[in-house]
Design a protein around this ligand. Sequence first.
Ligand code: SAM
Length: 277
Amino acid sequence: MDIKQLLKEKGFRFNKQFGQNFLTDNNLLADISEDAGVQGGTVLEIGAGAGTLTRALSQSADKVIAFEIDRNLEKILNITLADCPNVKVVMGDVMRYKVSEVEEMCGGPYRVVANIPYYITTPLLMQFIEQGTQVTSLTLTIQKEVAERLSASPATKDYGAITVAVDAVADVTLTRILPRELFYPQPNVDSAVVRIDINRNKYDISDHKLFRKTVKVAFAMRRKTLVNNLMVGFKMSREQAESVLTACNFAANCRGEELSTQQFVLMCNTLEQMGIQ
Ligand code: SAM
């Protein structure tokens, strides 16, 4: 099936607002499904588009639940997915659903596989990381620069709160770079595929809410030292902030961006022991 031809025939107009850049190469789509480790089981796809990735996923999964916000794509999906009985398309904005509602539709453990638009990348990822109870992995095609942030090392410019938040509960692998020419229509940036395997026992974090706050506070003002950020974020005195660093054995003038995830865990557990919230 020639997807580009079909879209033209049906008079489909791409909506930039929804980040509509479709993948059409069947070999690449099969490779992404393989990168995601889809072998049976349930897959949640966010943003079915013209159904190209959905089809590839349906060949290896037992069941695919695919969300698509753009109602103009419904008639296209009815054609492209006509011979995929294990796919259920949900026309709607995934961000309007609670993660628990989506999980109910999946009905058990599931993998997220999606080529998602830039504007929902961070909120979507954080929702599933923080609230997902049945999600085993997320394999996301995202802007290359976001993928680099997710897999960054401490003390680099790409390293940030999202790197630590994800690394704290998951293992991130950048599986492939997708040059912009592979998308239709062609976007202005390159993309990458990242596989995020949920691994909630990776670190000994007893209070995840406090952990998230600790990370947010440490990165709030990147140019400031950790002491300064702790003082502002936790409303503590300089002496108190310095005592946290001393207890953790961190340099007095260190910055949040220099800490590894393990060191963030140490700082969070120290704050907890000190009764700071
Ligand atoms: N999966 C297709 C592919 O790989 O060719 C389409 C990917 S395209 C980058 C992203 C798709 O997500 C678009 O079809 C867009 O309409 C849809 N989308 C954007 N925001 C969405 C949302 N909040 N909920 C559901 N779908 C959304």
